[in-house]
Design a protein around this ligand. Structure first.
Ligand SMILES: [Zn+2]
Length: 116
């Protein structure tokens, strides 16, 4: 499962950041994931749930920000929601566009607990 390895690397990055801040646990993790990032959202949720066991994220609240992919038509300039690379412009039916958003896959924020 592709999402499981993604979950593992997200956790790895989050743990490295938390350790840098000398945190004892991670309270909240917010992810930005685009609808065209090639991720199945339900699979990512399930994978995160499994992958956090025995990590600093075990009790963390994981929020996934779903970012709708948007594209701008290179012919007529209209901006539209896109679900697949081959979607055509709803206005002029052109297949040429540039993607404005939707490929994101990143940690947006991390709330940690520091024991002092
Ligand atoms: Zn167009």
């Amino acid at each position: 499962m592709h999402e499981f390895s993604i979950a593992m690397s997200i956790i790895e990055i989050a743990e490295a950041e938390a350790k840098k801040a000398k945190a004892t646990s991670i309270i909240e993790l917010v992810l930005d994931v685009g609808t065209m990032a090639g991720i199945e959202f339900f699979a990512l949720d399930a994978a995160m749930e499994m992958a956090v066991k025995n990590t600093l994220l075990e009790t963390a609240k994981v929020n996934v920000n779903k970012i709708q992919a948007r594209a701008r038509c290179t012919k007529c300039g209209s901006v539209f929601d896109i679900d697949q690379v081959y979607d055509e412009c709803p206005k002029c039916k052109s297949l040429y566009h540039e993607l404005l958003s939707g490929k994101e896959l990143k940690i947006k924020s991390l709330v940690v607990d520091v024991d002092d």
